[in-house]
Ligand binder design. Sequence first.
Ligand SMILES: *Cc1c(COP(=O)(O)O)cnc(C)c1O
Length: 433
Amino acid sequence: MRLYSTKNINSFVSLSEAIMKGLPDDNGLFMPEHLPKLSDDFIYSLEDYSFKDIAFEVCKTLFQGAIPENDLKTIIENSITFPAPIKTLDEQTHILELFHGPSLAFKDFGARFMAQIMSYFNQGDQKELVILVATSGDTGGAVASGFYKTEGIKVVILYPKGKVSMLQEKQLTTLGHNISALEIEGTFDDCQALVKQAFLDNELNQQIRLSSANSINIARLIPQSFYYYEAFKQINDYENPVTFVVPSGNFGNITAGLIAKKMGLPISHFVAATNANDIVPHYLCSGNYNPKPSVATISNAMDVGNPSNFARMQDLYGFTWNNMSKEIYGYSINDEYTKEGIKEVFDKYNYVIDPHGAVGYLAFKHYQKNHPNAKGVILETAHPSKFLDVVEKVIGEKVDIPERLAILEKRKKEATLMNTEFEPFKKWLLNNY
Ligand SMILES: *Cc1c(COP(=O)(O)O)cnc(C)c1O
């Protein structure tokens, strides 16, 4: 298997190089040279495959021998460790619950798979790999638990002091072992600036093998395609194939679905559901792409003003607006309306949906106006207990907090406090690794 950069389709790297590097030097994004079709045998007998079997078949077809089958089996065995069940609201409206992992968001799928595959490619290197991550909250938790106790890899997480929720902070600071947390007296941008500077520092790079767990790493995208098949299997309707509704921010999740479609999954349409950050819905109806600074909303994991995976979406559609807008419908939903959606889903179906899922639910209702027979699968990207304040206020009831999140409250925080200067950060790295 080879991959190219979306900015230079004539220069190729191997799978291991794409994953260990994360980003091409030209600042494009890595894409597989081919997205081979899965066999009809497989597509039309999904029912006979477990979630792990599906993951294995997809990877085997895509990787084309880049990882031996036995090793691939182990990687999948260790990364697809929680289910993605469908909950049916009514005959046309289904919810795909992607929050059954350790950090209660779909990002657990990507983070766990990336950890396993990086550890695999890192074998045989004497020097440990040190991964630097800056987080504004959610990504850090998924990465911390995804890489926890992964052989040969250490993780340093930088987060802005006082700017993440208590439970988010506990997700970053209570694991120990190979996971360390730096509490930065600054903003998320300061954290990101420190990480960027570290990658540019010659002395650091001579002493330590540094890498990133960037959200645009192709290793995070690939496992996100598995649950589209898993959802299709559970709905099991080849006559009236489903439309997937994807609450989107950086558009990685929807790109994974587009890849599943290219590899042969018979998906009807995609609905790109956004909050007030409506750059892509605006592009889909007008053909004009105008990135702008993000605005804050109650579905804050989607507050993105210049979605990084848009380049991959364009690449998949040959940079042609006409092709993309035929397959993807975009809708933007404001906060007020999102709250009404949470309430409606609770009153009508007795189902507690989080603000991101509610954006999806409402976008699907828009889409249904012109597609009255559509069957929709809405990706529920986070557990509602991650957004307690908003959800409890709207539905007027307590939301259950899953045990795996609740127990964090009692765990002891361990973090090193640091200012935003580069020298102390560098010294800390050199002393510890
Ligand atoms: C990250 C995230 C999203 C956005 O996913 P993208 O792949 O960036 O489009 C949506 N919902 C939740 C809960 C998230 O954490």
